[in-house]
Design a protein around this ligand. Structure first.
Ligand SMILES: [Zn+2]
Ligand SMILES: [Zn+2]
Length: 861
C-alpha cells in the first residue's frame, strides 16, 4: 500500500478558488426557503489564528455545510471584534497606530482562515472599529440615554491598574482582570452604565425558555442574575432613636433566630455609629484590610470570615432583644442593603462567623431525626419562633412579612445580584461615547446627523492613565448641539463588549446605510440558529448580547426576544495538560499543520479527537491518524473512480434515470434525497445476493448513524468513527471475490458506497471530498447535493427461524437474519445452549446448512 499522501495542497487551493469565484456560499434572503443562521463567535484580531480557532471554525463549518446539504439557506458570516486593548498596548510598545496594527492583523487572519476553506459569506465581513459600524451603536446609545437605559454616575468601580481602565463586574474573575489577570482594585469615578438590571427579570425568565443552550451556561447566568425574594425591614439601633439599620433577608421566617447583625464595612451608617476615636481607628484599619480583597474572596464559602464588633447594638423587632452589631467582610455593600440579620442556625456563613466569635446559635427549624450538621437550610416546622411556631417555612415567611407590613416595619422585596453594566473605558481604541458637556446645557447627546463621532487618528498613547482622547484638542473641543456654544466631548470610549452585543445583527445586512439593520433582513435571519463559542463568555458576552437584543427589540429594531436559539460551548485545546498559550510554549501553529497535512486533516482531527464540549488534547498521532484515513479514502475512491463514472453514465444512459437533485426543503430538516431508492435497489440495480444486502445495510446504517450523531448532541467524533467503519467495510467488500455477486450488483454497490462516504465526509473535510466527487464524474458541487437519507428498506433486518438438528434430531431453534451468511449461522448453531450438550464428547464430522431453514450437525459415531 502506498504511503504517499494525496496532493492536498493543490486540491485545497483549487477548491478554495472555485468556491470563492463561484460565490458558492454567498446568500440572500429567500423567504421561499428555510434559513439557518450558523455563527461562531468572531475573533479578536490578535494577528494569528490558533488551534482554538481551528476547532471552533471547523465545528461551525461542519454544521453550515451540513445544513446546506439539508436544503437550508445558510447564513455563515465572519468578522472582527476589532476594538480593544491589545492594539493600544502594541501601539505603546512598538509605536504602531492601533488602526494599522488591527487592519494588518485582520489581513493576516483572513488569509489564514481562507486556507482553512470555511464556507463564509465574505461579502458580509464586519469590522467593529469601522465608523460605519460603530455609528449605529452610537445612535442606539443616544436612544438608550433618552429612555434612561444609559446613564452616568459616580460610583465605586473595579479598576485594573495594568489596563488603566474600569472593568464591569462580569470582567472581574476571582478578583482579577479578565484580560490581563492583574489584581483589580476599587476606584471612585464618574462613568457610564447600561441599565441591564431593568431586564433582570426577563433575562432570568428566558433562561428557562432556551432549551438549545447548555444547562451549565444557563445556570451560570441564573446565578449571576441572582434573584432572591424576601423581606426588607429595619433594625433600630439601641438607644439611638431615629437611627435604624435596613436589612434584606430571603428568610424572614428565621428572624427569631437572629443573634447578631452585620454591616458591610463600606456601609454609610458605620461612621454614624462609632463612639470614640479608638473604635474609629479600629474600623479604619479593618476597612483598609477588607479593601484589599475581591468580592469573590470576601464571599467565598470556604474561607474564614473576618469581623469587628462595634460598641453599638441593634434591636430585633420580632422579640425586642438587643443584639451585637458587627462590620464583617462577608457582607457586601453591592448586594441587598449592605446589611444583614445573622441567623447562624439556618445560614452556614453566619454559623461559621458565630462559632468564631462565640455568639449564640438558635435553631428556628426543627431538624430531621439524626441531624448532625451545622446550619440547617432544609424544610421543617418552625420552633423557638414566637407566633411563627408550628408553621412550615413557606407559611412562616408569608406570616412574618405580613406582620412586618402591619407593624409598619418593612415590606416584601425582590433583590438581584446583577448590577448595571459599566461601559465607559478610559482608553483610546474604542467607540467614542456620543455626548458633549456644555457649560450651559450640561450633558447633551450629539445630534443624530452628526454621527458617527469618529475616533480621531492623531493621538499620543502613553499608557500613563487618563483617557488619551482628553489630550486630543481637535476632538475634545466642540460645539454644543443644543446652544451652539463651546462644549467638551466625552473622552471615555465604550466597552468593546458593546460592539460584540450586536454584530450578529449587522451580518444580516452589513452594507445597509439607513440604520443598524435592514428590517426585512433581520426578520428573515434572526435569531441565530446555532451559536458556537467558549464557555468563558457565559456571563460576559452571552449575557450582554441577550440584554442588548432586548433593548433593540424594545426600540423596534428587531422582533426577536433572544439573539441565539441554540448555543454550543466548545472545550479548550490543550497540549501536555495545559491550555495552549505562548507563555507555556505549547502552541501548535495551524499554518504549520495545514502546510504539513492539509486543512482537511486539521479539521478532521479537531472534530475527531474529542466531543465538542470537552477539552481537546492535542496529539501528533491523532493528526497522523486523521491524515492516514483521508489518504485511505483517497486511494479507494480513485481506484474505483472509473467504475463509478461508468455506473453514473449508464444510469443517465437509461438503465434507470436517477431522480433529479431534490429541490430544497420547505421546512425543517425534511429535505428529500435522491438516494431514497426503494427497497433493495440501488443505482439502477436490484440487490439480490445476501452479501450485497448486508453491505448495503452497512451503507445505510452509516448514513443513519452519522445523521443522528450530527443532529443530536453534536457527536461529531462518533460520526467520524462510523464513516471510518464504512470505509473499512468498503475495503473488505471490494477485496471480496467479484464473481460471488450477480452482474451489476458490484458496480452499483461500489458506486453507492463511494458516493455515500464522500457525501458523509464532505462537511468534515470539504476539499478532498469535493475533489473526489468530481473525480467520480459529478459536475456539480458536493455541497449542492442533498444529504443522503438512510433507506429504511435497506436497514430492515428480516428474520427467520432456523431449526437446529444434531444427527437429524431437532434439538433447538435459532432466529437469524434472512440470508444470513452460512458461516455465521453455523457458528451460532454450534454455540447454542441446547445443542452443545448433544455434542459433548463427540467429534463433528460435518455441518449441513440449508439457508433460511435448518442446520444439521452430523457427528462421528
Ligand atoms: Zn487588566
Ligand atoms: Zn449648550
Amino acid at each position: 500500500m502506498s504511503s504517499e499522501r494525496y496532493p492536498f495542497s493543490e486540491i485545497e487551493a483549487k477548491w478554495q478558488g472555485i468556491w470563492e469565484s463561484s460565490k458558492q456560499f454567498r446568500v440572500d434572503e429567500d423567504p421561499s426557503r428555510p434559513k439557518f443562521y450558523c455563527l461562531e463567535m468572531f475573533p479578536y484580531p490578535s494577528g494569528r489564528i490558533h488551534m482554538g480557532h481551528v476547532r471552533v471554525y471547523a465545528i461551525g463549518d461542519l454544521l453550515a455545510r451540513y445544513k446546506w446539504m439539508r436544503g437550508f439557506n445558510v447564513l455563515h458570516p465572519m468578522g472582527w471584534d476589532a476594538f480593544g486593548l491589545p492594539a493600544e498596548n502594541a501601539a505603546i510598545e512598538h509605536g504602531v497606530h492601533p488602526a494599522i496594527w488591527t487592519y494588518e492583523n485582520i489581513d493576516n487572519m483572513r488569509a489564514q482562515l481562507r486556507k482553512m476553506g470555511i464556507s463564509y459569506d465574505w461579502d458580509r465581513e464586519v469590522t467593529t472599529c469601522d465608523p460605519d459600524y460603530y455609528k449605529w451603536e452610537q445612535l442606539i446609545f443616544i436612544r438608550m440615554l433618552e429612555r434612561g437605559l444609559a446613564y452616568r454616575r459616580r460610583s465605586t468601580v473595579n479598576w485594573c491598574p495594568s489596563c488603566q481602565t474600569v472593568l464591569a463586574n462580569e470582567q472581574v474573575e476571582a478578583g482579577r482582570c479578565w484580560r490581563c489577570d492583574s489584581e483589580v482594585t476599587k476606584r471612585d469615578i464618574d462613568g457610564w452604565f447600561f441599565k441591564i438590571t431593568a431586564y433582570a427579570e426577563e433575562l432570568l425568565a428566558w433562561c428557562d425558555r432556551l432549551p438549545g443552550w447548555p444547562e451549565r451556561v444557563m445556570t451560570m447566568q441564573r446565578n449571576w442574575i441572582g434573584k432572591s425574594e424576601g423581606a426588607e425591614f429595619d433594625l433600630p439601633v439601641a438607644g439611638r432613636s431615629g437611627l435604624a439599620l435596613r436589612i434584606f433577608t430571603t428568610r424572614p421566617d428565621t428572624a427569631f433566630g437572629m443573634t447578631y447583625a452585620v454591616l458591610a464595612p463600606e456601609h454609610p451608617l458605620v461612621d454614624a455609629l462609632l463612639t470614640d476615636p479608638a473604635e474609629r481607628a479600629a474600623v479604619e484599619q479593618f476597612r483598609a484590610e477588607v479593601a484589599r480583597q475581591s468580592e469573590l474572596e470576601r464571599t467565598a464559602e470556604d474561607r474564614p470570615k473576618r469581623g469587628l464588633r462595634l460598641q453599638a447594638q441593634v434591636v430585633n423587632p420580632f422579640n425586642g432583644a438587643a443584639i451585637p452589631l458587627f462590620v464583617a467582610d462577608y457582607v457586601l455593600m453591592t448586594y441587598g442593603t449592605g446589611a444583614i440579620m445573622a441567623v447562624p442556625g439556618e445560614d452556614q456563613r453566619d454559623w461559621d462567623f458565630a462559632r468564631q466569635h462565640e455568639l449564640p446559635i438558635i435553631e428556628t427549624v426543627k431538624r430531621p431525626a439524626g441531624w448532625r450538621g451545622e446550619a440547617y437550610t432544609g424544610d421543617g416546622v418552625k420552633i423557638n419562633s414566637g407566633f411563627l411556631d408550628g408553621l412550615t417555612i413557606t407559611e412562616a415567611k408569608r406570616r412574618a412579612i405580613d406582620w412586618l407590613v402591619q407593624q409598619g416595619l418593612g415590606t416584601a422585596k425582590i433583590n438581584y445580584r446583577l448590577r448595571d453594566w459599566g461601559i465607559s473605558r478610559q482608553r483610546y481604541w474604542g467607540a467614542p461615547i456620543p455626548v458633549v458637556y456644555c457649560p450651559v446645557d450640561g450633558m447633551v447627546p450629539e445630534k443624530e446627523e452628526n454621527l458617527p463621532v469618529v475616533l480621531p487618528e492623531d493621538v499620543q498613547l502613553s499608557g500613563k492613565g487618563g483617557s488619551p482622547l482628553a489630550e486630543v484638542a481637535s476632538f475634545v473641543n466642540t460645539t454644543c448641539p443644543r446652544c451652539g456654544g463651546r462644549a467638551r466631548r466625552e473622552t471615555d470610549t465604550m466597552d468593546t463588549f458593546v460592539e460584540s452585543s450586536w454584530y450578529f445583527l449587522r451580518y444580516c445586512s452589513p452594507h445597509y446605510d439607513r440604520g443598524m439593520v435592514e428590517p426585512a433582513a433581520a426578520d428573515y435571519w434572526m435569531p441565530v440558529d446555532q451559536y458556537i463559542g467558549g464557555i468563558e463568555h457565559a456571563v460576559l458576552h452571552l449575557l450582554y448580547a441577550r440584554f442588548y437584543t432586548k433593548v433593540l427589540r424594545d426600540l423596534g429594531l428587531v422582533k426577536v426576544d433572544e439573539p441565539f436559539q441554540a448555543l454550543l460551548s466548545q472545550g479548550m485545546v490543550i497540549k501536555d495538560g495545559a491550555k495552549m498559550s505562548k507563555s507555556k510554549g505549547n502552541v501548535v501553529d495551524p499554518d504549520d499543520l495545514i502546510r504539513t497535512f492539509g486543512a482537511d486533516t486539521a479539521r478532521l482531527f479537531s472534530l475527531f479527537a474529542a466531543p465538542p464540549e470537552k477539552d481537546l488534547d492535542w496529539n501528533e498521532h491523532g493528526v497522523e491518524g486523521a491524515s492516514r484515513f483521508l489518504n485511505r479514502v483517497w486511494r479507494i475512491v480513485l481506484q474505483h473512480a472509473e467504475e463509478v463514472r461508468t455506473a453514473l453514465l449508464l444510469e443517465i444512459g437509461g438503465i434507470e434515470t436517477p431522480p433529479p437533485i431534490a429541490p430544497p426543503a420547505r421546512a425543517g430538516a425534511t429535505a428529500r434525497s435522491s438516494n431514497s431508492h426503494s427497497g433493495g435497489r440501488t443505482g439502477g440495480a436490484t440487490i439480490s445476493s445476501s452479501e450485497g444486502k448486508v453491505f448495503r445495510r452497512t451503507i445505510h446504517e452509516t448514513i443513519a448513524r452519522v445523521t443522528e450523531d450530527i443532529e443530536r448532541d453534536f457527536h461529531f467524533n462518533t460520526a467520524i468513527s462510523a464513516i471510518m467503519e464504512l470505509v473499512n467495510a468498503l475495503y473488505t467488500f471490494e477485496a471480496g471475490s467479484p464473481d460471488l455477486l450477480p452482474a451489476g450488483e458490484r458496480a452499483a454497490l461500489l458506486r453507492e458506497a463511494i458516493e455515500t462516504v464522500v457525501l458523509l465526509l464532505g462537511p468534515f473535510s470539504p476539499h478532498v471530498t469535493e475533489e473526489l466527487w468530481q473525480q467520480v464524474g459529478h459536475t456539480e458541487s458536493l455541497f449542492k447535493r442533498p444529504w443522503p437519507i438512510a433507506d429504511t428498506a435497506a436497514l430492515a433486518r428480516q428474520e427467520v427461524t432456523v431449526v437446529l438438528q444434531v444427527d437429524g434430531k431437532v434439538r433447538s431453534r435459532l432466529t437469524v437474519e434472512v440470508d444470513a451468511v452460512e458461516a455465521r449461522v453455523q457458528e451460532l448453531a454450534l454455540a447454542d445452549d441446547k445443542v452443545r450438550p448433544w455434542l459433548q464428547g463427540r467429534a463433528i464430522e460435518r455441518v449441513v446448512v440449508v439457508p433460511n431453514r435448518l442446520v444439521n450437525v452430523v457427528t462421528r459415531s
